[in-house]
Design a protein around this ligand. Structure first.
Ligand SMILES: O=C(O)CCC(=O)C(=O)O
Ligand SMILES: [Fe+2]
Length: 238
């Protein structure tokens, strides 16, 4: 899949619907962001050790079970293109959230400008990553925070075919509202779909205006086969 095709696919997504879903629910799905060929090409990068700066065996840290790897700089072209092209429409949503939550922070229009802010804050290491889960593997509920600088929305692209390449392994979001019990939501994803979701918190509408809902995400145990994902986090790490 060429960069031009990737950029065309991102531009062709229904961003009005995605922004509305993010505002309403704190998450959205971009269907078929990557073609099947694009998914195969991306998944093949997992085995190319030189592309990554750090490999994490999740059970060693109590994060779950499975392996993930952070890309080294410079990012592969497709990953950099995804990060830059997804950023722009998400920055508009993120600014709306900041306004509703009464936060002073505003996000610039381009990812290059935002990454300069991360670097100035000492967050210089790239965070885009690939994750691979085999039978029994799972990802505990967590938040991807790597310092003070946080871009409030992130993306994950499913590179495998549910039901064919793997079973189980569902992407889950848990939302904690003040003084309420937690709500869980499973996002059904097809091959190439991207889930967009709140990193840490989001504004949710209540009877008396906006309040802050805390969000965490994770993956339920894979029952069979192999599940590979590409995670796009927009802030860099300290
Ligand atoms: O594998 C997944 O679906 C979730 C990956 C994840 O936690 C992330 O991209 O931050
Ligand atoms: Fe994550």
């Amino acid at each position: 899949m060429s960069l031009a095709e990737l950029e065309a696919r991102i531009a062709a997504m229904d961003w009005t619907a995605a922004a509305a879903a993010l505002d309403r629910d704190g998450h959205a799905v971009l269907p078929r962001l990557l073609s099947p060929e694009g998914c195969r090409e991306a998944a093949a990068m997992f085995a190319e050790e030189a592309r990554f700066r750090r490999r994490i065996v999740m059970e060693r840290h109590g994060y779950g079970q499975g392996v993930y790897q952070y890309f080294a700089a410079p990012l592969p072209d497709t990953v950099a293109a995804l990060r830059e092209a997804l950023y722009r429409p998400l920055a508009a949503v993120a600014n709306g959230w900041a306004e509703r939550l009464g936060r002073a922070v505003r996000f610039p229009d381009t990812h290059a400008a935002y990454i300069a802010r991360c670097h100035a804050a000492g967050q210089t290491r790239p965070t885009p990553l690939m994750l691979r889960y085999g039978p029994g593997d799972y990802n505990c509920l967590h938040q991807d925070l790597y310092g003070e600088e946080v871009f409030p929305i992130q993306a994950v692209v499913l590179l495998s075919r549910p039901g064919t390449d793997f079973t189980g392994g569902e992407f889950a979001l848990v939302e904690q509202r003040p003084r309420r019990q937690s709500k869980v939501e499973i996002l059904p994803l097809a091959e190439g779909d991207a889930a967009l979701f709140a990193v840490r918190d989001r504004p949710a509408r209540g009877a008396r205006g906006w309040y802050t809902a805390q969000m965490r995400h994770g993956v339920s145990p894979v029952r069979s086969g192999e599940r590979t994902t590409l995670g796009i986090i927009f802030h860099d790490a300290a």
